[in-house]
Design a protein around this ligand. Structure first.
Ligand SMILES: Cc1cc2nc3c(=O)[nH]c(=O)nc-3n(C[C@H](O)[C@H](O)[C@H](O)COP(=O)(O)OP(=O)(O)OC[C@H]3O[C@@H](n4cnc5c(N)ncnc54)[C@H](O)[C@@H]3O)c2cc1C
Length: 412
């Protein structure tokens, strides 16, 4: 009898964790993990942090040790792109012309940087940061020093700016929002992050967009919408990511802000699943479709998809979580708060040690702990409780969060 073939497209964190899970659950068919990049699966967070700054080894970035895939009999194919999927024939085609049949298919194709389409965008020295290869180029630029213009004050832009400052470069950040990430977090948290960068000597040009990159052959400056010219030796663009859905839409799968899947990460096509940055999944707790572009989602959703591929009952309902490190400011964010009524704070915001809570109709929908640790589980428990909270208790550092959760659990 021929063994079943489970294929995973996308050899990054989601794909690697899914492959690991298939073996951990005792699957003894073929596991084929196909990735377009030349590297074995690695994690991206170090690429704006310690690896970028030259403080950690490349080896630390990989998801698994080198021998792992061979030991686990996972057929890792690197440097090849899957160019087509035919759901009717349960077959895919790679860009070297070869074809492969599958019994189950996981699409873990991730996301890619949104491109800035302005004059001069293709000049040398205008960089994006997604892959280890991108990071190696930028790491070399940080070694040389000088001036960098960072376009976008989202997480990638902010973390890159922090690392570049830590390496001693002159850094200018340009963003059309009045404050970094203001639309996502509101003025209180966004203002805190603006101040952090300001205090570390980053020049922030907020409320201003990019009109063009200037230079002959290589970028030498950025012209802003307000007419200002920012001199730079190179520029980094971090204006968000878009899900990589071309393969799925070419296969006729339902694509809408990512590949549409149910809570068990299944598409409507038999045997085809999607997970990680590319998946727009029904969330059983929030009762809506959510696409999460963060590390923890890749880490956990990959294994959940593997379980679903094995026919197990899966309902992926993890509360979205991400973290960021900038200078000496570490934070964790849990929850999902597309709208909120108010944001309240516990702790010392000016001193940079606090927890922010997003409230909707008196309930905590998200929380962010900044340089305060070991509260994340309590924040998630508060969110899951769906209980209306007393703001006075929530903002009082003298009341342990765990006690609040207990109080809610007891229904008082
Ligand atoms: C620089 C950087 C720093 C980050 N820092 C943080 C952080 O601090 N905290 C946090 O929570 N999150 C962070 N993230 C986000 C996190 O890394 C992503 O959420 C995570 O990488 C998503 O994993 P994924 O496997 O779903 O997709 P991806 O990592 O995007 O990987 C998808 C892979 O699929 C491959 N692929 C795509 N199409 C094909 C095809 N047709 N054939 C073959 N291969 C294909 C791609 O080449 C890619 O390797 C960061 C991201 C970046 C870029």
């Amino acid at each position: 009898m021929t063994k079943p073939v489970f294929v995973i497209v996308g050899a990054s964190l989601t794909g690697a964790k899914a492959a690991e899970e298939l073996r951990a659950r005792g699957f003894d068919g073929r596991v084929v993990l196909i990735g377009a990049e030349p590297e074995r699966p690695y994690e991206r967070p170090p690429l704006t942090k310690d690896y970028l700054r030259g403080e950690s080894e490349r080896a630390n970035a990989y998801v698994h040790p080198e021998g792992f895939y061979a030991e686990q009999e996972i057929e890792l194919v690197t440097g090849l792109t899957v160019s087509a999927v035919e759901p009717g024939a349960s077959r895919l085609t790679l860009d070297d012309g070869s074809q492969l049949g599958y019994d189950r298919l996981l699409l873990a194709t991730g996301s890619e940087p949104r491109r800035l389409r302005v004059p001069g965008a293709d000049l040398d020295g205008v960089y994006y940061l997604r892959t280890l290869a991108d990071c190696d180029l930028l790491r070399a630029r940080l070694d040389i020093g000088a001036r960098v213009a960072v376009v976008g004050a989202g997480w990638i832009g902010s973390e890159f700016a922090a690392s570049a400052r830590q390496r001693g470069l002159d850094v200018t950040v340009i963003d059309p929002q009045a404050l970094p990430n203001e639309r996502i977090f509101g003025g209180g948290v966004a203002g805190f992050y603006r101040d952090v960068h300001d205090q570390h000597g980053v020049e922030l040009l907020l409320g201003d967009g990019v009109e063009s990159f200037e230079g002959t052959g290589a970028v030498t400056g950025v012209r802003t919408a307000s007419g200002r010219r920012v001199e730079c030796d190179f520029a980094v663009v971090g204006i968000g990511v878009v899900p990589r859905t071309g393969l799925a839409s070419g296969a006729g799968l339902d694509v809408s802000n990512g590949i549409v899947v149910d809570a068990s990460l299944r598409t409507a096509a038999p045997g085809i699943f999607a997970a990680g940055d590319v998946a727009n999944a029904w969330h059983p707790f929030f009762q809506e479709r959510i696409r999460v572009e963060h590390w923890a989602n890749a880490l956990n959703q990959g294994p959940a998809a593997a379980q679903a591929m094995l026919g197990q009952e899966v309902s992926y309902g993890q509360i979205p979580y991400f973290y960021s490190d900038q200078y000496d400011v570490g934070m964790e964010y849990s929850g999902y708060a597309p709208q909120w009524d108010e944001v309240v704070f516990r702790g010392d915001r000016a001193g940079g040690e606090f927890v922010a809570f997003w409230l909707r109709e008196g309930r905590v929908t998200a929380g962010m702990n900044v340089n305060v640790w070991d509260v994340n589980e309590d924040v998630q428990a508060l969110i899951r409780s769906r209980q209306q909270v007393k703001v006075a208790a929530l903002t009082d550092p003298g009341v342990p969060l765990a006690a609040l959760v207990g109080e809610f659990a007891a229904g008082t």
